[in-house]
Design a protein around this ligand. Structure first.
Ligand code: SAM
Length: 269
């Protein structure tokens, strides 16, 4: 298929891509934007459907660039060449990456969370901050978690900010969405353990590593874990802090817990 050159921000194709900066646009198109050639190639390798590949005209040819082009065409998508200036308008920032992809959204059902030995999942209650969500997904990927469960009314994981904060991990970490009731019903028949985190938790984050399938449950940034969710946990852990310190940032607390549960990065083993 011939590649398209677009020069005007008023082009309907460019308008549709720019609309992906809004939640409404992402929902209507069931798509999101990923920036940077490396992330686009990783997405294609992980089986995500590339609908549009937008390439700045200054982008040099390379094997990775060719792989991204091929993946887009094979998914039935279209490659569009734009000027660097138009690319900045699409990305809504100066010095934009010279490759951007429009990728089809994908989430997984609760049935994907299976109790295999050693399986580790992160569950986030009503996470509100896209940077926190992206950072948690990045840590989940780094520590080998099976995926992230988004419970309740959460921020959009496909927002530009959240995707940027994942640093590409969004394509490696399955996302499961459910509300509190669905989670609690599911939890009733989960044969593994649920390790919750709470500022009033009686347990320290020591000796947590286990082959028991585990869901690590983290609370909302403002309100923490609601009582019903806290009661659904087998263990409530408090990461020790200096007396008088308020709390840890959600993403920082998640990384500390994942390190304790997963036992450190794989390349040290
Ligand atoms: C910013 S904190 C929430 C603070 C909230 N005001 C509260 O009372 O729980 C967000 C989440 O990070 C985790 N967290 C933060 N600091 C923690 C700590 N010291 N121990 C255990 N979990 C912590 C918990 O999951 C918490 O719900």
């Amino acid at each position: 298929m011939a590649e398209t050159v677009i020069t005007s921000a008023a082009n309907p194709e460019i308008k549709a891509i720019r609309a992906l900066a809004t939640k409404k646009g992402r929902q209507q198109q069931n798509a999101f934007v990923s920036e940077g050639l490396r992330h686009v190639v990783e997405a294609a390798r992980a089986g995500w459907a590339i609908r549009r590949l937008i390439v700045a005209d200054r982008q040099a040819p390379s094997p990775a660039m060719e792989e991204a082009r091929r993946a887009c065409r094979e998914a039935g998508g279209r490659v569009i060449t734009v000027s660097a200036d138009l690319m900045s308008r699409i990305a809504k920032r100066d010095n934009a990456q010279s490759v951007i992809a429009v990728i089809e959204q994908k989430t997984s059902p609760l049935s994907l969370v299976v109790a295999e030995p050693g399986a580790l999942w992160v569950a986030l209650e009503s996470v509100r901050d896209p940077g926190n969500l992206g950072s948690v997904m990045r840590s989940a990927d780094a520590f080998g978690a099976k995926g992230v469960m988004l419970i309740g009314n959460t921020v959009d994981p496909f927002s530009v900010e959240a995707v940027r904060a994942t640093m590409g991990a969004i394509v490696n970490v399955p996302l499961v969405r459910c509300d509190e009731r669905e989670f609690l019903d599911w939890r009733a028949s989960w044969p593994g353990r649920v390790v919750g985190t709470h500022l009033a938790g009686p347990h320290r984050p020591d000796g947590l590593r286990s082959e028991t399938p585990t869901v690590l449950l983290m609370g909302n940034e403002q309100a923490g874990l609601p009582p019903e969710m806290a009661r659904a946990c087998d263990t409530l852990v408090r990461i020790p802090m200096r007396p008088g310190a308020d709390s840890l940032n959600l993403a920082a607390a998640t990384a500390i817990m994942l390190h304790g549960l997963a036992g450190g990065a794989g390349d040290l083993e």
